[in-house]
Design a protein around this ligand. Structure first.
Ligand code: ATP
Ligand code: MG
Length: 425
């Protein structure tokens, strides 16, 4: 049976997976410093979890959901994003209870699924690192969360990431702006793309987010949401800007950035970087003070972001950043003949149990091929094990680089491999 992976999916093979692990390790480390703990929620949820929160008229819900009816006739969706499931879990597990320390800060990493047209940096199964903080309306939370993403990029050595900032204000500000935007766009309706003509009816802010050239042209002179912020919204936005300045995190304001999900209010942001001449958003997020209530939890402010792992790796690649990935084998055992099979097994096991990375030949190959393997695995030391070594109970341990050698008994290796390696210099 010849089979191919589904369109828009990827196999992450050895050689590549080390990079994923490295990036995830750095992210865990950075998130832990900000007192985030991991949460793992299901890869699939009831359809309503996303339909309600992400927004009935959003591209994600109208076009991109992987939804189906299971054998029990339940309407199920593979998660297209991480926040809705985490909010569902927050409410279902009563993390709002007074005995749970606030803010509740959680991160996740894993697959997301969207039925999109696959292209560079856009897949149908992709991976996100995401974080959510519940229970703080303090603009300092907005800023420390953006600073955390910024610190992650810096730690990975990524250069030229631009923080783009905007505010959607509170519900009242947004409603006032919505009307002004409709008034502005209505006379231009005929010039908009089909999608945006629909958006104008359902969710006019979305028109600002369109990537179609005709839409971009139409919204170029649109009123700015920042002119519609009420006092509370303005104060929040000003505080965020002051604190970003205080931390010396550079940003630009883009009043046409509105984000593709319906649940945001106040601060929204993207980290954008250029890859091969085009702008790519790697990380996007914002404040969602109404979302916990949507899930019938108590009124709880929230803030979070999602960061695309494929795009992050693309940028690391494009910027030629060398990741400090773990190095090769500590020991390779070349095996000569059936009579050395068991001794080779014992030897590598003893070395592995002492915490070293060891491999042996299991394919009965010619020595030359085995030595090639030792080189391919960047083995630091090499032992050749045949009938005579088994008989004498003694082997030569060789430094595979300097060719320095030392004689050692099996017992010595079992007792203290590190000591033998030390003798090799
Ligand atoms: P875009 O405008 O690029 O479609 P989006 O607004 O749909 O992005 P979000 O839903 O905010 O993106 O997701 C957060 C991040 O996840 C994005 O900034 C991006 O890095 C990544 N991402 C989103 N969709 C995909 C995809 N189909 N394949 C790979 N990464 C993705
Ligand atoms: Mg999208």
């Amino acid at each position: 049976m010849k089979q191919q992976k589904p369109k828009g999916t990827q196999d992450i093979l050895p050689g590549q997976s080390e990079k994923w692990q490295y990036v995830e390790g750095v992210a865990r480390d950075v998130f832990a410093r900000y007192n985030y703990a991991e949460i793992r929620t299901p890869l699939f949820e009831h359809y309503e979890v996303f339909a309600r929160s992400v927004g009935d008229t959003s591209d994600i819900v109208t076009k991109e959901m992987y939804d189906f009816y299971d054998k029990g006739e339940r309407h199920i969706t593979l998660r297209p994003e991480g926040t809705a499931g985490v909010v569902r879990a927050y409410v279902e597990n009563k993390l709002f209870a007074p005995e749970v320390q606030k803010p509740v800060k959680v991160y996740y990493m894993g697959s997301m699924f969207r039925y999109e047209r696959p292209q560079a940096g856009r897949l149908r199964e992709f991976h996100q690192l995401g974080v959510e903080a519940f229970g703080s309306a303090n603009p300092a939370t907005d800023v420390e969360t953006m600073a955390m993403a910024y610190q992650l990029f810096q730690t990975l050595g990524i250069k030229n990431v631009r923080l783009t900032l905007n505010s959607l204000g509170n519900t009242e500000s947004r409603a006032n702006y919505r009307q002004a935007l409709i008034d502005y766009l209505m006379p231009l309706k005929a010039s908009l793309s089909k999608d945006s003509q629909r958006r104008l009816e359902e969710n006019p802010l979305r028109v600002l987010d369109s990537k179609e050239p005709e839409d971009k042209q139409a919204v170029a002179d649109a009123p700015s949401i920042l002119d519609f912020l009420d006092a509370e919204s303005q104060a929040h936005f000003d505080a965020v800007r002051e604190m970003l300045d205080a931390l010396a995190i550079p940003y630009v304001i883009d009043t046409n950035m509105v984000r593709g999900l319906d649940y945001y209010n106040h601060t929204i942001f993207e980290f954008i970087t250029e890859v091969n001449g085009t702008d790519l958003t790697i990380c996007a997020g914002g404040r969602y003070d109404g979302l916990v209530e949507e899930f019938e939890g108590p009124k709880t402010p929230g803030f979070g972001f999602g960061l695309g792992q494929e795009r992050l790796l693309m940028i690391l690649e494009a910027q030629g950043i060398d990741l400090p990935l773990s190095s090769g084998l500590d020991l390779y055992v070349a095996v000569l003949g059936e009579e050395a099979n068991l001794a080779a097994l014992n030897l590598v096991q003893a070395v592995r149990q002492q915490g070293f990375k060891a491999e042996r030949d299991v394919l009965n190959r010619k020595l030359k091929a085995q030595f090639k393997s030792a080189d391919a695995f960047s083995a630091k030391t090499l032992i050749t094990l045949g009938g005579s070594e088994v008989e004498s109970g003694q082997v030569t341990v060789k430094n595979n680089q300097t060719r320095a050698e030392v004689l050692a008994t099996f017992d010595e290796i079992v007792a203290d491999f590190a000591g033998i390696v030390a003798k090799l210099g």
